[in-house]
Design a protein around this ligand. Sequence first.
Ligand SMILES: NC(=O)c1ccc[n+]([C@@H]2O[C@H](COP(=O)([O-])OP(=O)(O)OC[C@H]3O[C@@H](n4cnc5c(N)ncnc54)[C@H](OP(=O)(O)O)[C@@H]3O)[C@@H](O)[C@H]2O)c1
Length: 301
Amino acid sequence: MRIIVVGKEGQVARALAERARAHGAQAVLVGRPKLDLADPSGIEDALIDTGGDVIVNAAAYTAVDQAESDRELAEAINGIGAGVVAGAATAMNVPIIHLSTDYVFDGTADRPYREDDPVSPLGAYGASKLLGEEAVAAEAENHVILRTAWVYSPFGKNFVKTMLRLAADRDELGVVGDQFGSPTSALDIADGIFAVSRNLLERPEDGSLRGLFHMTGTGFASWSDFAAEIFALSARFGGPSARVRPIATADYPTPAKRPANSRLDCTKLKDVHGVELPPWRNSLEPCVKRLIEEARKEVLR
Ligand SMILES: NC(=O)c1ccc[n+]([C@@H]2O[C@H](COP(=O)([O-])OP(=O)(O)OC[C@H]3O[C@@H](n4cnc5c(N)ncnc54)[C@H](OP(=O)(O)O)[C@@H]3O)[C@@H](O)[C@H]2O)c1
């Protein structure tokens, strides 16, 4: 299985590259400058030129706060560009797997969100990702959209790396304690994507495999719970740690509003694709350990 991954340096893209061998697969990453989602004219040619059995779109405009003042670019990349990638998948007669987000919801529900719950994004990023979901579904019948949340990994920018960096200089950190979701390892997402890809390729006649699915780590936490676990693990591995003081969202104003409830119900993915990501704490441990080891090597270098 050869999968074409749109996105080169992103967390999920790099996780797919790292995990491919373990799945007996090949991941070919394509991104800027060869493929720019903001420039639809070159997208199909770049994908045809790369060639593969499945396309995974792991690229997106992900700067949630910046999107508020950059709505047009966010929509071009996450909406129009995503649709063009899906159209290319149709032209190539291969399935498209597209990543989306919990930010399509407003977070007011009192239970984890299911795929068919009404969407109502609070900000420009969520709205642009919702446009992408609609464009992908319109351009490719053979599609899977995976909504995920709170992604971290040893790669790129993410909450785990930010917490470890801040703890190097501070004894105590105020972290939002009234937003709830599921920390999700990009490496687990990659494993899930390989499993879904295999299902799509082995059972092309099974229409139930297509459509919208939720895919996050198992179990829920607040950001402050997440931070506390990062520091507990870090301390165990000899890395930096800080005391966590839970604060209210209202005490940490940001340009974009975030949903208070980002919990996603992932039952459909388990029932249809047989994919269930591990409990979030289990996957966090090797990531924190790896980051601390890598930081130590960096100092020694
Ligand atoms: N991170 C999260 O917490 C989170 C939560 C929910 C859903 N998601 C979704 O999950 C997916 C993967 O997220 P991630 O965390 O892996 O993202 P990420 O680390 O921010 O990486 C985004 C990738 O998109 C690429 N990209 C941005 N603009 C592009 C353009 N115009 N043309 C081509 N490539 C472009 C970037 O390329 P460069 O390296 O060239 O900049 C980068 O490789 C995205 O669809 C995101 O919306 C993420």
